[in-house]
Design a protein around this ligand. Structure first.
Ligand code: PLP
Length: 379
């Protein structure tokens, strides 16, 4: 437990809640979840299922019809054939990570991951007595690992590589070509490739291929949380290489028995045509917000070297105003009621000069946040 870090942003969130209780208006740009409610078709499917009262465990790997629906989605959207037997339904991408590392890592093995990256990844590896090799990434590789970095950092203990594209916190993508090369670099070394595709679907002006397009041996982590707008339902999935199916089945039975049953039934409605149209409208709204926030952050003097092409985050260099982004975030919250996430939540690489903005607030609210930030900076 001593090695497990907690989220600094939770401290800020707690303080933001206190301030709200005191009557302050807080603009939340720290939280990594869509502000939209669960899509109506999904809510309705969930309600319909709950009315039956038959809320029992499902098979450990998940509802067969949901596994098939996800396989169909890969075929329709990406033109990829994935056997439904390789798809395991999990409690969020978080459950998928537990399963992926649980079935593939031996104690003492290490996983290469980018710095900055989603902080829980490191802790999932630790849970299985593994360790992480954080590799500093910069704008020249769109804040993503690539084949060269992988080759340069591979050690005897290295088990594999995790790439998250679009990335949290930077929102940047790995190009399809670089992804293919990275997978090859891992394969050539006999390692495991873990692809976190939780922000797939939320991509702007680019096409993000799944790692599954390039090889069948990757572990692909995905979720209904972000693009499908179901964070609180705790439902995601993991695609495993065929040889790992029995291990995934056994471990899923042990660590969660099954993902929430009502969530699985609700998630089935995600793939209906009407719902996909609703999700597309939300994606377009996120894209408008990205453009709005990006232009205005640059106007205020923040640096964003790589315009993000996905997720709902902007990772901005605030060194024009402060070299302590945690203190910057605290002061911004206290004085102006704008909540953002400090860079040190995502690693060590220039963390003190960066903050993450989540554009999970409407353009009107972000506009008010920008006015407040301008006042804060000028002060
Ligand atoms: C990159 C990334 N991976 C995984 C997760 C976990 O998502 P969930 O467990 O809600 O599906 C998150 C959540 O913010 C994330 O940003």
């Amino acid at each position: 437990m001593q090695g497990i870090t907690s989220f600094y942003v939770m401290e800020l969130l707690q303080r933001a809640k206190q301030l709200e209780q005191l009557g302050r208006d807080i603009i939340h740009m720290e939280i990594g979840e869509p502000d939209f409610p669960t899509p109506p078709a999904v809510l309705e499917a969930g309600r319909r299922f709950l009315k039956t009262g038959d809320v029992k465990y499902t098979p450990a790997a998940g509802l067969p019809q949901l596994r098939t629906a996800i396989a169909d989605f890969y075929r329709q959207r990406h033109g990829i054939e994935v056997a439904a037997e390789r798809i395991f339904i999990t409690p969020g991408a978080s459950g998928a990570f537990l399963l992926a590392f649980g079935i593939s890592l031996n104690p003492g093995e290490t996983v290469i991951m980018a710095d900055p990256c989603y902080p829980c990844n490191e802790n999932f590896v630790r849970l299985f007595d593994g360790d992480t090799q954080r590799v500093a990434v910069a704008a020249d590789s769109s804040y993503q690992l690539d084949a060269g970095l992988i080759a340069g950092h591979w050690r005897e203990t290295t088990k594999g590589v995790l790439i998250a594209s679009p990335s949290n916190p930077t929102g940047t993508l790995i190009s399809n070509e670089a992804l293919q090369q990275a997978i090859r670099a891992v394969q050539d070394r006999g390692g495991c490739f873990y692809s976190d595709e939780i922000y797939h679907g939320l991509v702007y002006g680019a096409v993000a291929d799944s790692a599954l397009a390039f090889n069948d041996e990757s572990f692909v982590i995905n979720s209904f949380s972000k693009y499908f707008g179901m964070t609180g339902w705790r439902i995601g999935w993991l695609v495993v290489p065929e040889a790992f199916i029995p291990a995934a089945e056994k471990l899923a039975q042990n660590i969660f028995i099954s993902a929430p049953t009502h969530s699985q039934h609700a998630a089935l409605a995600s793939f209906g045509a009407e719902n996909l149209t609703e999700l597309e409208n939300r994606r377009l709204e996120f894209m408008r917000r990205r453009d709005f926030l990006y232009d205005n952050l640059l106007r205020l003097g923040f640096k964003v070297v790589c315009k993000p092409q996905g997720a709902f985050y902007l990772y901005a260099d605030c060194s024009a105003f402060s070299n302590d982004s945690f203190q910057f975030a605290v002061d911004l919250l206290e004085t102006e009621g704008v909540a953002v996430t400090p860079g040190k939540d995502f690693g060590y690489n220039h963390a003190n000069s960066h903050i993450r903005f989540a554009y999970t607030a409407s353009i009107d609210r972000m506009s008010a946040a920008l006015t407040r930030m301008e006042r804060f900076i000028c002060r």
